[in-house]
Design a protein around this ligand. Structure first.
Ligand code: UDP
Length: 336
């Protein structure tokens, strides 16, 4: 079985990619430092605990598993924190990516799928966003992802790497079988927070700004089901094999949804009331970010299949229930 090293494979998107890899006949080898990842999310192949900054450890793992390719998810991804503590982001996301690419070159593994982000575009000039749009990120997180792309592009040109960078829009939802799901601590993303409010785990959902230049005044995003994202990674992996190529592709649905529309859909899907509190705009939030995914459709033969709001919210809601039941059972055991 062909092996793929999956850095950050114990995280939300990485774990879903591992499941998709296994289903496609690959063996995912998870390499994760477990700073934010969950050991319980590693279910489809071996686990190697390690940091992407640790080149000796990377070299040992490459030597042991002889992978055909790397999927590089490992990164810090809290935009707000990247503003207050950029050093943490440049060290892990930029130096970590550089360290990983050095280890790949040393091990002669030259095929890479790189997790990039729509945050590399910054304030979008036109919607929907094409890959050719200027990349002018507006926060350190976005800059680290852009630099990661640039390093990968230079490695492709100079050393014959083949890299496909996937620029994610808003990943959401959970594995429909309930084996894995979104589990961030702290949680900052809209959909899990809305569902926590629906479940009564938090008093309300705070809407950051209703004075944007959008139809209902709230921000518009392009929400993509994480299983669709995972499938796109496998499709991209299967296209690798062109030394010297660097290709960047948007992964989104092409459809935008406002914060208000998410809250209304969540009320419908959960059947619960969701108290809403209005607040000022969150710094650095563009009014609208919507992908033009036609390049990914053409290059990968891929399109979103699970990204309607009901499936995104329904699977995320089911996962929240599983997690709560698990916690309740654990609490009962502790009390017993
Ligand atoms: N948002 C909100 N309240 C929250 C969290 C997010 O109104 O508690 C808004 C946020 O301003 C943005 C959208 O929801 O317009 C999506 O935010 P999220 O953090 O999920 O993803 P981002 O687009 O920032 O990557």
């Amino acid at each position: 079985m062909k092996r793929v090293i999956v850095t950050g494979g114990a995280g939300f998107i990485g774990a879903h990619a591992c499941k998709a890899l296994r289903a496609a006949g690959f063996e995912p080898v998870v390499y994760d430092n477990l700073v934010y990842g969950h050991r319980s999310a590693v279910q489809w192949g071996p686990f190697e605990q390690g940091d992407i900054l640790d080149e000796a450890r990377l070299a040992a793992v490459f030597a042991q598993y002889q992978p055909v390719a790397v999927m590089h998810f490992a990164a810090f991804a809290y935009v707000g924190e990247s503003v207050t503590d950029p050093e943490k982001y440049y060290r892990n996301n930029v130096e970590g990516t550089a360290s990983l690419l050095r280890a790949m070159r040393q091990a002669d593994v030259r095929q890479l799928i790189f997790s990039s982000s729509c945050a590399t575009y910054g304030m979008a000039e036109t919607i929907p966003i094409l890959e050719t749009q200027r990349q002018t990120p507006i926060n350190p997180y976005g800059r680290t992802k852009l630099i990661g792309e640039q390093i990968a592009r230079d490695y492709a040109q100079a050393y014959g790497f083949d890299c496909i960078a996937l620029r994610y829009f808003n990943a959401a939802g959970s594995d429909a079988a309930g084996e894995i799901g979104e589990d961030h601590d702290p949680e900052t993303h809209l959909i899990p927070l809305v569902l926590q409010a629906a479940a009564g785990m938090r008093p309300n959902i705070t809407v950051f700004g209703d004075d944007y230049d959008t139809p209902d005044g709230t921000c518009i995003r392009d929400y993509l089901h994480v299983t669709d994202l995972a499938d796109a990674h496998v499709a991209a992996l299967q296209k690798l094999g062109l030394p010297g190529r660097f290709l960047a592709l948007n992964l989104g649905t092409g459809a935008g949804t406002s914060v208000r529309e998410i809250i209304d859909a969540a009320k419908r899907v959960t059947g619960c009331d969701i108290p809403v509190t209005m607040a000022a705009r969150r710094e650095g939030d563009p009014a609208a970010l919507v992908a033009d995914p036609s390049a990914a459709h053409a290059a990968l033969g891929w399109a979103a299949r699970y990204s309607d709001l009901d499936t995104i919210l329904g699977t995320a809601w089911d996962w929240l229930q599983f997690k709560r039941q698990g916690t309740l059972k654990q609490d009962a055991r502790l009390r017993a």
